[in-house]
Design a protein around this ligand. Sequence first.
Ligand code: AHR
Length: 344
Amino acid sequence: MKNEKRLVMALIVLIVMFLALLSARGGFENATPPQTTEDESVLEDEDLIVVGFSQLGSESVWRATHTESIQNALSKENGFFLQYSNARQKQENQIKAIRGFISQRVDYIVFAPFMEEGWETVLMEAKDAGIPVILVDRKIAGSEDLYTTFIGSDMEAEGRKAGEWLEADQEHIDRGEDDPLNIVMLTGPFGSTSQLGRSRGFLEVAQRHADWRILAQESGDFTVVKGKETMAKLLRQYDDIDVVVSQNDEMTFGAMEAISEAGLTTGKYGDMKLISFDGVKDALELVQYGKISCEVECNPQQGELVAEVIRKMEAGEKVEKEYFVDELVFTQANVGAYLKDRTY
Ligand code: AHR
C-alpha cells in the first residue's frame, strides 16, 4: 500500500514537471495565459480589429435594427472582434462601458450617445489613450476634437422634411378660415440629438407660418407606453388638435391607441393628421392604410458604413468628419414601392 502511494506521488510530480516544461517552451500553442480570456487569445491568433460598441438602449424596433446592423457588419467573419454593451438609457452606464473599453485598450470605440451633453471627461480619457471614437446615430455637444467621425442621420433635415410635408399638405386640413393650425409635438428625450435636431428642423419651417400654433412639445421618451400616456394627457388638455408630430414610431403607436380610446381618428378624413419618424414596417403599413399621413425615414442600417470607415482608418486613409445615411419620406402615394423590402 505504501509503495502504491509512493508510485502515485512520483507520477504526479512527473506530470507537473512535464507540464511546466511544456508551457515554458510554449508547447501549448493555444494555452490561455493568465488574465487573458479565451476571446483575447482568439484575437491574438486571428489579428482581429477590436471594437467596443456602447449602444444607448433597446427602446425601439429602430434601435434593435441599429444594434443588429452594427453587430452584423463588425463580425468576426468580417475581421472584427466586437465588445457590445447596452446602456439601458442611462448615461452613467455608457460612461462606465467606455471606461471599460479604454482599460481593455480596444482599437476603436463606437458609441451612440444617449444625450448630447456630458461626455468631455470620458472622451478626453479615450483621446489620451489614443483610441479613436466613432459616434453613431446621435452626436455630442462640445469640441469636435473629442471624436474622429460621426455616422448617422441628419436629424435636422428630418425635422425639416416633416415641416415641408405639412407645408404642402396643410390646404387639405379642414379648419375654419381664420383658425390656426393646431400642432402638438411628441418628442424624444430632451437633450438627445434626435429630439434637438428634429424639433429644430420642424420649428424652422413652422416659423414661416404665422397661423401654425405649436400647442405643446412633450417628451414621450421614444416608447409606446410614454407616447400613449403623453398623447392622452394632450387630448385632455386640447380639444382641437389638427396635427400630431411624433418623433418616432413607438410613440406614434402609443399615441394612436390614446387617440382611438378618446373616440377620435387619424388620417385624411380623420380628426387629426399624424406625422411620424423612423419608418419601421408596421408604421409603413399604417401609411398604406392612410392612418399615418407622413413618415420621415430615419435609417438604422449604419453598420456597413461603420465597418468601411474603420477599414479606411486601418489603411491610414483620411476620413470625413461626418457621414449621413440616405433617408426618404413616405406617404400613401409612394409607400407601396418600399414596403415589400422593409425587413424591420
Ligand atoms: O436616435 C434615433 C431615434 O432613437 C429613433 O428615431 C428612435 O426610434 C430611437 O429610439
